[in-house]
Design a protein around this ligand. Structure first.
Ligand code: SF4
Length: 512
């Protein structure tokens, strides 16, 4: 899931790490009195000179991309705070009054390169107004573009790879000392990012990495090139992190990996992922377990059984289809075929009838004909996904598909429009089936602008659907992390509304 796929609540979750959604380029920080810097403790103090109005340097992390990146940003925040930095407030971000900006980049998104340099160009203006501001670039684009970033954007102080988060503060100190940009991009993993300190974005939900990298070679994907081969964490470490999260009040954990169910294959344990799910089922206080993303080729029956028989594993599955055409799946180097994919969905629904299944689909992949596209439309009709993240293919330099014969952009766009319309119709039908039923929601958000107007709180049901709930008059208001069971009264294609009226038999029950 990339940031475009996240709900506002989840983006706000990232913003809890980041502070807010963006900096104001027009407004520059004022000149400051350096004497206050002497009162700061921690090593970050030594490297900063503009600390007149605060006792710690403040940082802002701007995250682009998927949940893996969002989780890496939590590690970046943890490393910075361990070094004496403090997260910038929304006010400080709005007025561009920060000492450090970290851009955590994504190489998967369309136009990733131009987007990154565009953002860095805006930061250059901030730096002109405040020369003490430091700028760091991490993530997949840093891994991929390395030296080029400091050549094209010489105002960047530090470039650090996906495996170098732990070096960030040392690079910043060195850049300040030498007045020269610092670059550290390792190709081999030295330590799991999970071993670094973390500032978690949410009080109730946590991401826990089970692996990094990917052993597959999908021809459209840049991940193997920038994140390297899959490396799995030991189960004991993963479970210890989950237990630690629960001890700190986390109720929901999402296990993260580029291909979660190939977890353990390197050590010859094909059942390692289902064992991990089952082990999560024994963790007292862990209410909800989710995972993303599985790969259809490695999705074995034991995972389905573990999902069905482990009560805290949620009835939700994000299963990337990518294409409904076997010819295109072959060209994508995706090793399953459409019938295998459909069999998996049937098997999941046979034991978890209410499973909410979502997917990713690429339209306009090189070589895709109208017939191939119709195979994708058919697959979508059969699969009845709750929702689908549909992408118009765009070539990523450095991937095999970028060199294949491309589908014209207008053709790809037309296919996107048709598939999107079909999926919207299916999504609306599936969501409408919830009306009149009770759902259990974990509250994730209390005060969105619209929620403030409508007096609603928001959260996710067990299947992962977004639900906005109005608290009936006289009933207790929930807090983030509380559970509300309530009657759904309306639906749209991507969310449900619950305005329960207990006087007429609707349910509203709060559980802390
Ligand atoms: S499974 Fe394919 S799409 Fe997913 S990260 Fe690996 S190579 Fe990329």
């Amino acid at each position: 899931m990339n940031e475009d796929m996240m709900t506002r609540a989840e983006r706000l979750g990232i913003a809890a790490v980041n502070g807010a959604d963006g900096l104001t380029v027009e407004s520059a920080t004022e000149p400051v009195d350096n004497s206050v810097a002497d009162s700061v403790t921690g090593s970050a103090k030594d490297s900063l000179t503009n600390l007149a109005r605060r006792d710690k340097p403040v940082y802002y992390v701007h995250t682009l991309g998927c949940q893996m990146n969002a989780h890496d940003s939590e590690r970046i925040a943890g490393v910075l705070e361990a070094d004496g930095y403090a997260k910038a407030s929304e006010e400080q971000i709005k007025s561009s009054d920060v000492d450090l900006i970290v851009l955590n980049t994504c190489a998967v998104r369309e136009n990733a390169t131009s987007r990154m340099y565009g953002t860095l160009g805006q930061y250059a203006e901030l730096k002109r107004a405040n020369p003490n501001l430091q700028i760091a670039v991490g993530g997949c684009m840093a891994q991929k573009d390395r030296q080029r970033i400091t050549e094209q954007a010489p105002w960047v102080d530090a470039v650090f790879g996906t495996k170098n988060i732990g070096s960030l503060t040392a690079l910043l100190h060195e850049a300040r000392r030498t007045h020269a940009p610092q670059v550290e991009v390792a190709t081999e993993l030295q330590e799991f990012p999970s071993e670094l300190p973390t500032v978690r974005a949410s009080k109730a939900s946590a991401w826990v990495s089970i692996s990094v990298g990917c052993n597959n070679t999908c021809t459209f994907c840049i991940v193997p090139a920038v994140r390297g081969k899959e490396r799995d964490r030991r189960p004991g470490e993963i479970l210890a992190e989950v237990e630690n999260c629960v001890a700190r009040g986390i109720k929901e954990v999402t296990l993260l990996g580029q291909n979660v169910n190939s977890y353990g294959y390197a050590t010859g344990d094909r059942y390692a992922f289902s064992k991990l799910l089952r082990a999560c089922g024994h963790i007292e206080g862990l209410e909800r377990v989710r995972f993303t993303s599985p790969h259809p080729a490695a999705f074995t029956p034991d995972v389905i059984e573990a999902m069905a028989t482990t009560p805290n594993v949620m009835p939700q599955l994000h299963m990337p289809l990518q294409s409904g055409s076997d010819k295109i799946l072959r060209a994508m180097r995706r090793s399953y075929r459409i019938e295998k994919f459909m069999t998996i969905l049937d098997n999941v629904r046979a034991v978890i009838p209410h499973a909410q299944i979502t997917t990713d689909i690429i339209v306009g992949f090189p070589g895709e004909t109208e017939e191939d596209f119709q195979a994708t439309m058919d697959a979508v009709r059969r699969a009845r996904f709750t929702s689908a993240y549909i992408f118009e293919y765009s070539p990523r330099p450095g991937t095999p598909a970028a060199t294949m014969e491309q589908v014209p952009a207008d053709v790809a766009h037309d296919r996107f429009t048709r598939l999107h319309a079909l999926q919207e119709e299916i999504s609306r039908e599936i969501m409408a089936e919830h009306v009149g039923k009770n759902v259990e929601i974990m509250i994730t958000e209390l005060k969105g602008a619209k929620d403030a107007r409508t007096q609603r709180v928001s959260g996710r049901d067990r299947g992962g659907n977004l639900v906005h709930v109005r608290v009936p008059d006289g009933y207790e208001h929930p807090q983030v992390g509380d559970f509300v069971t309530c009657t759904v009264t309306e639906s749209a294609s991507h969310y449900l509304i619950a305005d329960p009226n207990p006087a007429s038999g609707d349910t509203y029950e709060l559980r802390r």
